[in-house]
Design a protein around this ligand. Structure first.
Ligand code: PMP
Length: 405
């Protein structure tokens, strides 16, 4: 089936709005994606039809809310091919998902243990491990990247040893677009007996993810990067690990028995989900994944590849522009700097033309320092972007160059 971008766009109401009288060209998808009408409807329908707390209700609304909420968990489990639905833990997003694992690891590490991350981490997958290491006396090792912005595989492997307890890396880099060879990296980490966490924040919206095939122990992602709401995300982990992992927050829902002096923890997934959850968010994310997974995901990937290829051609031919991140295997992320102006000026002047990109360090400050840039301008493409919008970006950049010259 041919990929019909016009039909996809029609499902996203925000894409037909204007900014200062100009059609919105939304190229900030690595920050957050827009939401199709069906996701918005699922949230409204929950609040208008069955708003209620889940699990403990003795009435119709509570039953219906619980069915929708737990049904969403089944949809996620199916999409990522989890071995069991209990392996899907609702979190507020990727950041909280990584914090759950890092917080627990901080209690399991001893002085001299090692954690390996990469130079291309988002702060969420860096500061978390850094702090876990600081608390436990473990050592954080950082695997370098090459000039193209790929992970240096030899250097990565040389950092692994019997001391390595955790290896954490992004499925896809948010600032460079680099797609990491997750299976290969995981196999290397597993060979030394380490646990593996994949930061899937940027990986989840670009194709099918099969956690069992990847072989990792934990996979984290945010709903809002995959056409779902903000404030909801997922930690997937192997049941055997999650069932024993130190609990994250304590309180309601995560207990099975409580006395004044002590408490016993609930079974998975609830032992890692304290308090009233983000019910509407989970239902919205379930709908987003249902919607996304019924698309031809190969065609989606081809479409995004065509966008980044055209953007790269135009960028290479654009005088005074340097692409930051040239890995051969990339998602639709074009990070760049221009001779004429600071990234913030580029972003501001594009916004005046209705073109939304992101500028700055993209929550990867050490990476920007490593690359010797103050930050970049980043255009990031999604399923609903068109080749015309890629052309519009570069027409916009020509005007920016004139204004800054
Ligand atoms: N990791 C990566 C690679 C990301 O791109 C992001 C979001 N920019 C995060 C982690 C954190 O995601 P969230 O803010 O949704 O928790």
């Amino acid at each position: 089936m041919a990929f019909d971008v016009a039909a996809i766009r029609q499902q996203f109401p925000i894409l037909s709005r204007e900014v200062d009288g100009k059609p919105l060209v939304y190229l900030d998808n690595a920050a957050t994606t827009q939401k199709p009408q069906c996701v918005i409807d699922a949230i409204v329908d929950y609040y208008t039809q069955c708003n209620s707390n889940v699990h403990r209700g003795a009435h119709r609304l509570a039953d219906e809310a619980t069915q929708r909420y737990e049904g969403a968990r089944d949809i996620i489990a199916g999409f990522i091919n989890a071995a069991a639905r209990e392996e899907v833990i609702w979190t507020s997003g990727t950041t909280e998902a990584i914090n759950i694992v890092a917080h627990g690891l901080g209690q399991l590490l001893k002085a001299g243990d090692e954690v390996v991350v990469t130079e291309m981490e988002h702060h969420a997958n860096l500061v978390t491990w850094q702090q876990a290491c600081k608390q436990s006396g473990a050592i954080l090792r950082v695997a370098p990247i090459t000039e193209l912005g790929e992970l240096d595989l030899q250097a990565f492997e040389s950092l692994l040893s019997s001391q390595t307890k955790m290896v954490a890396f992004p499925h896809v880099s948010n600032s460079l677009g680099t797609i990491n060879p997750v299976k290969q990296l995981t196999a290397k980490a597993k060979a030394v007996g380490a646990w593996v966490l994949v930061d899937g924040a940027q990986g989840i919206a670009h194709g099918a993810v099969d956690v069992q095939d990847l072989g990792c122990d934990f996979y984290a992602f945010s709903g809002h990067k995959v056409f779902g709401p903000t404030g909801i995300g997922v930690l997937w982990g192997k049941a055997s690990l999650l069932a024993e992992w130190p609990v994250w927050q304590t309180g309601g829902e995560m207990i099975s028995e409580v006395s004044y002096q002590d408490a016993r923890w609930n079974v998975l997934p609830y032992r890692l989900e304290a308090g009233t959850p983000h019910i509407a968010g989970a239902i919205g994310l379930g709908e987003a994944i249902r919607w996304f997974s019924q698309l031809d995901l190969e065609a989606v990937a081809d479409h995004e590849r065509a966008l980044i290829q055209r953007a790269t051609e135009l960028a290479e031919a654009f005088e005074g522009l340097t692409i930051v991140g040239n890995a051969p295997d990339k998602t639709g992320v074009l990070s760049f700097v221009m001779n004429e102006g600071h990234p913030a000026d580029i972003g501001f002047l594009l916004d005046r033309q209705g073109i939304a990109i992101r500028t700055g360090h993209h929550c990867a400050e050490p990476l920007m320092n490593r690359l010797g840039v103050p930050g970049t301008a980043r255009a990031s493409f999604s399923i609903y972007n068109t080749l015309d919008e890629v052309e519009a970006l570069f027409e916009g950049l020509k005007k920016v160059r004139m204004m800054l010259a």
